[in-house]
Design a protein around this ligand. Structure first.
Ligand SMILES: [Zn+2]
Length: 271
């Protein structure tokens, strides 16, 4: 770890009046979860029995619910079960702790669909899920912008014959997160979250952006973080992905680097 960079990151965080956490797949990887639109290799951990890695392409396309609803739901029930059975890691709690010491708290912008920031205690009204959420459903057609909380994965597997249905029109329901080539994704919930963030952003005078595990392959979170033109702490495992317009860049796994910053904050700053 570059200690000078670590000191600088801790200083930026200590001096800020608010945190903007921009989190990509690398944040959830430390909880044992894949990025649902990212690395195919990681998706294999979600494959239900009898499904193969070569099938993955089909289940990441928006049309999969139309093409084969039963198999698509077999895959996504398993994905939902995995999300429900894994927990946020200590890095989420550290970010929440730092945020609790700021006059304006924190806002999270994440491509992760697992709901772990909310599980970790971040207020639902302070999170933007830019790719949606696997823990919410929408109509697969869709008949309306309606989005509702997912039934627990266990409840679905018990009634394998009855696939989740739209609560408005009775057509097939699907998870409300963005797949590839996915014009049917309902963006209403994410748009409302973005609007709340814009309103919140009028408050802080000196926020710092902490970008964690946001890769270049699907650069939405990075682009968001950079577009704010604020002091930016970038954390990434891949040295090739550290470059860009970050104020300070730290190489390492999300949890490890957050732990190092936390130690640094405790030692050097009265919190
Ligand atoms: Zn419907």
């Amino acid at each position: 770890m570059d200690t000078k960079a670590l000191h600088y990151a801790a200083q930026l965080i200590a001096q800020a009046d608010a945190l903007i956490v921009a989190a990509g797949a690398g944040m959830s990887v430390d909880s044992g979860l894949p990025d649902f639109r990212g690395s195919r290799g990681l998706w294999t951990t979600l494959l239900p029995e009898g499904m193969h890695e070569r099938d993955l392409h089909a289940w990441t396309q928006g049309r999969c619910f139309e093409a084969d609803p039963t198999e698509a739901w077999r895959f996504y029930s398993e994905a939902l079960r995995v999300c429900e059975s894994t927990e946020p890691h200590a890095g989420h709690a550290m970010l929440l702790d730092w945020a609790s010491r700021k006059p304006h708290g924190a806002f999270v912008y994440t491509s992760n669909v697992d709901g772990h920031f909310e599980d970790a205690g971040f207020a639902p009204g302070r999170i933007v899920e830019c790719h949606g959420s696997i823990r919410h459903f929408q109509c697969a057609r869709p008949c309306s912008p309606d989005i509702w909380p997912a039934a627990p994965a266990g409840a679905q597997s018990k009634k394998a014959q009855t696939l989740p249905r739209c609560r408005r029109c009775g057509a097939l329901a699907r998870p409300n997160f963005l797949l590839f080539s996915d014009p049917a994704w309902v963006v209403a919930r994410t748009n409302a979250q973005r609007l709340r963030m814009e309103t919140w952003r009028a408050g802080p005078r000196n926020p710092v952006v902490i970008e964690v595990g946001a890769g270049l392959a699907l650069p939405g979170v990075r682009m968001f973080a950079q577009s704010l033109r604020l002091p930016l702490v970038r954390i990434n495992t891949d040295p090739a992905e550290l470059f860009g317009t970050a104020t300070v860049a730290l190489q390492g796994k999300a949890l490890d680097v957050l732990q190092d910053i936390d130690t640094e904050l405790a030692e050097r700053y009265t919190r």
